[in-house]
Design a protein around this ligand. Sequence first.
Ligand code: CA
Ligand code: CA
Length: 267
Amino acid sequence: MRIFAFRFLVPLMRSLVSIVSLLAVCAATSSQEKKAEPKKEPPPKVLYSIPLVVKPGQKQKLALRGRHLASVKDVKVVGADGAKVRVIGAKAVGVPNNYPADRVGDSEVEIELELPNDAKPGAVKLIAAGASDSNEYRLLVRDNLPTAAEKEDNGAFGSAQLIALPVAVEGTIKGERDVDVFKFVGKKGQKVRIEVQAARFGSPLDGFLTVCDANRNILDTVDDADGSADPVVTLTLPGDGAYYVSLIDAHDLGGPNFGYRLIVKPD
Ligand SMILES: [Ca+2]
Ligand SMILES: [Ca+2]
């Protein structure tokens, strides 16, 4: 009985092996056919906005810079009911050779955006839609701090831009080795917090802060803070008088797309 069964089992097993082999060959062929199909374009990725800071309640033009944005047809706003957005155009943009495309982007979509007056900072996101949707890019929306625009030429102690606390300066490290210096007057014992908002909102700027007293002695320098490339300095002022805050890119890079928001306020 056992031998009889064995005689039948061996050819049956052989047939099964052949069928399995045939199926494997078919599967391999079909996967090769799939590989031969034209490659899908990678999804668009929004890295940052130029300008970096968006004003609620005003119609403004923004260039969204990133990867694979040249064929974007539509931009959606999330987290701001009643926002109006219109796509003006999309294109590839040149990137200097020594700049990482992953950080500065190689394409952009230009939009006209009007956020409602009550748009909440931190809540507004943009999605660029091409063949597929991009990431949700978190916009840097103005809060209720007084705002000042950075004014060149502010590249030295002697030409520092005077600011009054509290303030949020909207500026740009406009080119390689650009230095932006700000001056404020403080009181002995006053606690001050100085914070850069840039990399957390995708700006290619890797901010580096230096704080000096009136005699230009360095009180503190900070490159990165809290796991991001954005520096934060907190200090108790050692005396009455003038203080200087200078901001540079940690790698001496720069350009019109290296936007930042510098907050200087009592802590
Ligand atoms: Ca500047
Ligand atoms: Ca940094």
